[in-house]
Design a protein around this ligand. Structure first.
Ligand SMILES: [Zn+2]
Length: 307
């Protein structure tokens, strides 16, 4: 049996640490952290004062790294980079899994294609930054996280087959070898700062500014105003993936009250604009969606009697 060269993995760990990225050992030939899980913690040695997670154990100290990677018994450890302490945000563009028997899923675009489309829609270039090919043929894009951004891992937040690794997470470093293949550096340039438009999409949900939703008491039947308030609240609390769909649907529902003359169109637009923006949609996205939903609703509204 041939072992991957220990020195290569030690070198990979030292190289990551030299960039300021704390590392910890992964099981030989595997993506999972080496060492015991929290529920098996012996509360001795390094865990004497309580279990240490891989993130807490991760280090850039070359002495500790040498000691760890030279202490292998049998096969050398792979290398994990703790993205949180490294102040990194890594975008993980995955491939559909072969084991996905669901044909739709298997044929769906991979993470890289979806990410390109996302950049195109945002009228932004695909960021040129430190880039690693994963064992399964996916891509890791490395970015430096803005100071104090408190970014966490995310799954599917940017799109299908796109995950991110940040606080609390880790990535498998290049040089590591698993049954699926080797992790290899594709572009060795330093990680660039996370573009602000991506940061905006990944930022933890802000507390909803509910004050924005207090509607001015103006004309409009009570039922119409109640509907407006209710639908705006739905938009303001929409799940990430549905906020634009719900903005469209909710504005459409209220459109008939505009058609019937119960509410001025301008008031409805202002209320939904505030709700949509408070949920993190851009002003332009909100305007476009609201205009199209109202146009369509007003055009197709039935007379009140038959509604
Ligand atoms: Zn422990």
């Amino acid at each position: 049996m041939t072992h991957p060269p220990t020195l290569a993995l030690l070198a990979a760990a030292l190289a990551a640490a030299a960039r300021g990225w704390p590392v910890f050992p992964l099981r030989p030939g595997d993506k999972r952290p080496a060492g015991h899980a929290e529920h098996r913690c012996p509360r001795t040695g390094r865990c004497e004062n309580g279990h240490l997670t891989p993130e807490q154990r991760a280090t850039t100290d070359p002495g500790l790294i040498r000691a760890c990677w030279q202490s292998w018994n049998g096969r050398p450890y792979n290398v994990g980079i703790a993205t949180g302490p490294a102040a990194l945000l890594v975008i993980d563009l995955d491939k559909p899994k072969d084991k996905d028997k669901d044909k739709d899923k298997k044929d769906s675009p991979d993470g890289e294609t979806t990410f390109k489309a996302l950049c195109e829609r945002a009228a932004q270039p695909v960021p040129a930054t430190h880039r690693v090919r994963t064992a399964s043929g996916g891509i890791h894009l490395y970015f430096t996280a803005p100071h104090g951004a408190r970014l966490r891992n995310s799954a599917g937040k940017l799109g299908p087959l796109i995950d991110t690794r940040a606080g609390g997470g880790y990535v498998v470093a290049p040089g590591s070898l698993t049954a699926a293949g080797r992790y290899e550096t594709l572009d060795d340039t330093p990680a660039v700062p996370l573009p602000t438009w991506l940061l905006a999409l990944l930022q933890p949900d802000q507390p909803r500014p509910t004050a924005l939703l207090k509607l001015p008491a103006v004309d409009g039947s009570r039922a119409a105003l109640a509907a407006l308030e209710r639908e705006c609240a739905t938009v303001a609390t929409a799940p990430d993936k549905q906020r634009n769909t719900l903005l469209n649907r909710c504005a459409f529902k209220v459109g008939r009250f505009v058609a019937w003359g119960d509410l001025p169109r301008h008031q409805v637009e202002v209320a939904f604009q505030a709700a949509g923006e408070s949920r993190g949609l851009t002003a332009a996205e909100c305007r476009t969606t609201i205009r199209s939903a109202l146009d369509s609703s007003i055009r197709t509204a039935r007379p009140r009697e038959t509604a």
